[in-house]
Design a protein around this ligand. Sequence first.
Ligand SMILES: Cc1cc2nc3c(=O)[nH]c(=O)nc-3n(C[C@H](O)[C@H](O)[C@H](O)COP(=O)(O)OP(=O)(O)OC[C@H]3O[C@@H](n4cnc5c(N)ncnc54)[C@H](O)[C@@H]3O)c2cc1C
Length: 427
Amino acid sequence: MANTPYPQSYYAASANPVPPRPALQEEVQTDVCVIGAGYTGLSSALFLLESGFKVTVLEAAKVGFGASGRNGGQIVNSYSRDIDVIERTVGPKQAQLLGHMAFEGGRIIRERVAKYNIQCDLKDGGVFAALTPKQMGHLESQKRLWERFGHTQLELMDQKRIREVVDCDQYIGGMLDMSGGHIHPLNLALGEAAAVESLGGKIYEQSPAIRIERGANPVVHTPQGKVRAKFIIVAGNAYLGGLVPELAAKSMPCGTQVITTEPLSEDLARSLLPQDYCVEDCNYLLDYYRLTGDKRLIFGGGVVYGARDPANIEAIIRPKMLKAFPQLKDVKIDYAWTGNFLLTLSRLPQVGRLGDNIYYSQGCSGHGVTYTHLAGKVLAEALRGQAERFDAFAELPHYPFPGGQLLRVPFSALGAWYYSLRDRLGF
Ligand SMILES: Cc1cc2nc3c(=O)[nH]c(=O)nc-3n(C[C@H](O)[C@H](O)[C@H](O)COP(=O)(O)OP(=O)(O)OC[C@H]3O[C@@H](n4cnc5c(N)ncnc54)[C@H](O)[C@@H]3O)c2cc1C
């Protein structure tokens, strides 16, 4: 059977040591079978185990193989579309519920890290950087909006102030969120997997779910085994493929690329980001970056609709990095990789049930480190019979991408081009 390794990322190279995990080669019985060991699957497993469920996790490759082990590591609050958009889409009552959950994911991560002593270089503080007056105006309303929902660790920054936290002269201002921050994402996933196992959960790696036998007593089949469960949680996100055809029509895998420099000198690292905050700019196709624990700069940006792997990642991302930080022109790039996230048309998460025992959450549209942790909690609540918060997500409407399977990629790329042009021209 194929043994799928991690991509050659900085994260894989600096991962904490983990025990080998077996592939499933027998038939097992469990309360909940979780498909996918990214943050959605692991967070669900952990909340369910803490509530007394028996849990089996099937992972097609390795824990954190997907976006959860490859991302920019930025703890960003709220959702890929903000609460005001949700309010306009679904009305004030549902928006109230979703708005009050929008800052919970970051708290869950911090609780997990503290409770299970996860070594993942957690740092507080995230900056949204504005390149245009329009983006600055948007940050001002975002601050007011978030404060309405009780989030008060926010500071608006003018041009002078933002230069104190990031040495980039492109920004006219920004907003600092002290409940944002950053982590080594793969080590967070590995720590959560260890926590799952410490509570008696079973994780099988190299064990793709290849078929789900639906019905009152569902069975998940892998190439060499099967899991009989009372409930199934589908958490394969952009890597799920066609396992659950109903989910594929309204979402689209997209790639985004990340590079990592060689370790910087202490002085250079401190000059770029003196407080070690992470930064994302406010463009539609945004750049995001931060320092690692060993003082490399991790820089990501851009989107490949349809998730084709680009031939030369460094050639795409390095110019973006040098535009922000020309002072890095002689710095070597040690790692470059790509990862897939799942986009929905509304950019809001796709959550729901199939029948009464298969649950899913996916499609947080590139903004999922916090949401996926919340999703695990909300899924576990639903399986315990408290579905009010789950249903608030499940009722968000979703639509197929224009152009169908054939044309959705060029149509989306065209849309993104239009929004990027607006960013560049500032309207
Ligand atoms: C390069 C990159 C940078 C990003 N940066 C950020 C960031 O800085 N901040 C932020 O908030 N978000 C970021 N994101 C998004 C964020 O990483 C994702 O939203 C989040 O990790 C999704 O978690 P997940 O568990 O739903 O999916 P994944 O982490 O993709 O996990 C899905 C898992 O399911 C497994 N799987 C799939 N199908 C099957 C099957 N049939 N059987 C068994 N297992 C299966 C896969 O192997 C995979 O391990 C980024 C994403 C990428 C790709």
